[in-house]
Design a protein around this ligand. Structure first.
Ligand SMILES: O=C([O-])C(=O)C[C@H](O)[C@@H](O)C(=O)[O-]
Ligand SMILES: [Mg+2]
Length: 412
């Protein structure tokens, strides 16, 4: 199974104006689609970030993988390290860049290996321990529509009533059984009120709040204490391992992160200081599915619970996330997904991945279990060509409408 060709296609899809601590999502989200083709005619799919700088690296590395066997993942990683890492960056930054580029190719190779063996990717990761993977309703404060455009079908969510209405809509359509609110948008008391309103509207549902480190240690402790008994976990209230450790020691609920533990070298200080109780896995930056399984084993060793992080993504990523979650015994909590916000837009043929009661059934066919929709890929690539966006920049987009906006952290 020798790699003969690698196709790398940037795509763009519509994204609603979702608010966060950095600003607001632009009208188009970007992704890069990777297709690895072997000499025996098998094709594997991968999906990764779409920013131009990253796309350039993915393209450069794709050429270096031609001629390798799809099993030669260590050689593949070393080649990518030579191109992306050596001499250009050091430490965590270097490792993260290599992992980010490697991930899409690793997923595509696992897709091929699963197809060749006639087994799902979850089998290659040790076998599924659950038949379906629960996801949470990922709520965002949002504008009714992008400025100058018609409102989108989700409408505005700029206060607690809007957030509760959004939760109702997503739960009705997807059946989610837990809720995450993206915070760091309004002063903490406003977001506390939104969480309380959600608790009142959905008393049985586990709730999480993620302000993306928009708060000081003091604010984080105050919010954590006020939301005692209401939050399942509090995600990245403040920046950095030492700050998180201070908060963790003073609040009743566990702290989760996709910000302060993002490379292996963060494990020793984070575990020694008990900074986090939950790690959000993300194969896109942890170096693919196999390496993510190793991270899960590390979490098991250190007694950390697990959930999964997401960014705006399409169906190849959802399939990969679902296989990984299915084969991760210690994945404790429902995973994040941005799928509802893509509202049916996808590069894979419909039908393979379905949400039922908030969960996606683990595909049982060979490989990832999703097939590329070539027409959709062409349309989304054309959208990429014409949309004018080449890198995600929530802050500049926000500043177009509010020049005084600052993404400084901590803000409160
Ligand atoms: O858990 C998180 O930090 C995220 O999901 C990061 C994302 O980039 C989110 O903030 C977003 O889509 O704006
Ligand atoms: Mg987060």
């Amino acid at each position: 199974m020798i790699i003969q060709q690698v196709h790398v296609t940037p795509v763009a899809f519509r994204d609603p104006p979702l608010l966060n601590a950095s600003g607001v999502h632009e009208p188009w989200a970007l992704r890069t689609i990777v297709e690895v083709v072997t000499d025996d005619g098998l094709t594997g799919l991968g999906e990764t970030y779409g920013d131009l700088h990253h796309l350039g690296r993915v393209r450069e590395c794709a050429k270096a993988l031609v001629g390798l066997d799809v099993h030669a993942l260590n050689t593949m990683y070393a080649r990518i390290d030579t191109i992306v890492g050596t001499g250009r960056r050091s430490g965590t930054t270097k490792e993260k860049s290599v992992d980010r580029v490697f991930s899409a190719f690793e997923v595509a190779c696992l897709d091929i290996r699963g197809k060749a063996a006639g087994v799902p990717v979850s089998d290659l990761l040790g076998g599924k321990v659950r038949d379906s993977v629960p996801y949470s309703a990922y709520l965002f404060y949002k504008w009714a529509g992008h400025p100058g455009e018609e409102p989108d079908r989700f409408g505005a969510a700029l206060d607690e009533a809007g957030i509760v209405a959004q939760a109702k809509l997503l739960i009705e359509e997807y059946g989610f059984a837990s809720i995450k609110l993206k915070g760091g948008v309004f002063p903490p008391d406003v977001e506390i009120a939104a969480i309380r309103a959600l608790h009142e509207a959905f008393p049985e549902m586990p709730l999480r709040l993620d302000p993306n480190a928009a708060w000081t240690v003091e604010t984080s402790i105050r919010v954590g204490r006020e939301l005692d008994g209401v939050l399942q976990y509090l995600e990245d209230p403040t920046a950095g391992i030492p700050g998180m450790a201070e908060v963790a020691a003073a609040v009743p609920m566990p702290l989760a992160t996709n910000m302060c533990v993002v490379a292996s070298e963060h494990f020793p200080p984070a575990t020694a200081s008990h900074a986090i109780g939950v790690l959000l896995l993300d194969h896109h930056y942890w170096g693919g599915l196999t390496r993510s399984s190793h991270i899960a084993a590390m979490c098991d060793t250190f007694g950390l619970a697990m959930s999964m992080h997401s960014n705006s993504h399409l169906g190849i990523s959802l399939a990969a996330m679902t296989h990984l979650a299915a084969a991760t015994p210690n994945l404790t909590f429902a995973c994040d997904t941005h799928t509802p916000w893509q509202d049916g837009q996808d590069v894979v043929l419909p039908g393979a991945l379905r949400f039922l009661d908030g969960a996606v059934a683990v595909p049982t066919g060979p490989g990832l279990g999703v097939e590329l929709d070539r027409d959709a890929l062409a349309v989304m690539h054309e959208q990429y060509e014409t949309c004018g966006i080449r890198a995600r920049d929530d802050t500049s987009y926000m500043q177009r409408f509010d020049p005084s906006f600052s993404a400084r952290r901590p803000r409160w």
